[in-house]
Design a protein around this ligand. Structure first.
Ligand SMILES: [Fe+2]
Ligand SMILES: [Fe+2]
Length: 199
């Protein structure tokens, strides 16, 4: 039974997929990566949040994300950290407690172990700055004291993340980050790797 043409498979279930089908799919996935679409898709996702409700915050997640990335860029951080800053809260509208883990899952193939760890754990580190929050444990990060990635994660939260709710700050527009994102995702995707556990 023929289940493929040149560029599209026609199986109904994965059980039916033939070796030829899988060749078509793997070829298409590889071509997709060559076109460097991952970064553009993430940019589109972020762009879709532009008019989202701020849910009581001074700025919404879109502006907060851009401002976090702007601060990282202006501090002279490398492309990887700027990309991490730009997308660190991409999933917060979908997953509150685990939004760092989701962001890490999205970016893990392309980013280093320490920035993956930063993304997963920034949720706990950020709580250190919830000075007047009625219930948050400000010292949730303390269980990581002595961890080799502790200092950078604390720095990220203090100087780029927790202070990026300022509606008067000159935040750069999303288009200014597009070349950085596209440059960053232009590399071949490394193999998948396991994530650190959130807790
Ligand atoms: Fe966050
Ligand atoms: Fe944030």
């Amino acid at each position: 039974m023929q289940t493929t043409d040149n560029d599209r498979t026609i199986f109904r279930t994965l059980d039916e997929a033939t070796p030829g089908d899988w060749r078509v799919i793997l070829r298409a996935e590889t071509a997709d990566r060559v076109k460097r679409t991952t970064g553009n898709r993430l940019l589109d996702l972020l762009a879709s949040m532009q008019n989202a409700d701020s849910l009581g915050s001074p700025v919404n997640l879109y502006t907060h994300s851009l401002q976090t990335a702007t601060r990282a860029l202006r501090a002279g951080e490398d492309d990887e950290l700027v990309v991490v800053a730009l997308f660190h809260d991409l999933a917060e509208s979908l997953s509150d407690n685990h939004h760092g883990l989701v962001a890490a899952e999205l970016l893990a193939p392309w980013i280093s172990e320490r920035r993956t760890w930063l993304l997963v754990q920034h949720v706990d580190f950020q709580q250190f700055h919830f000075v007047n929050h009625p219930t948050a444990d400000r010292h949730a990060r303390d269980r990581f004291v002595g961890h080799p990635f502790y200092a950078e994660t604390a720095h990220f939260c203090q100087f780029y993340d927790q202070n990026s709710f300022d509606s008067a700050y000159p935040t750069l527009p999303l288009k200014d980050f597009a070349p950085i994102v596209q440059r960053f995702f232009a590399r071949p995707r490394p193999p998948l790797k396991p994530l650190p556990r959130a807790c």
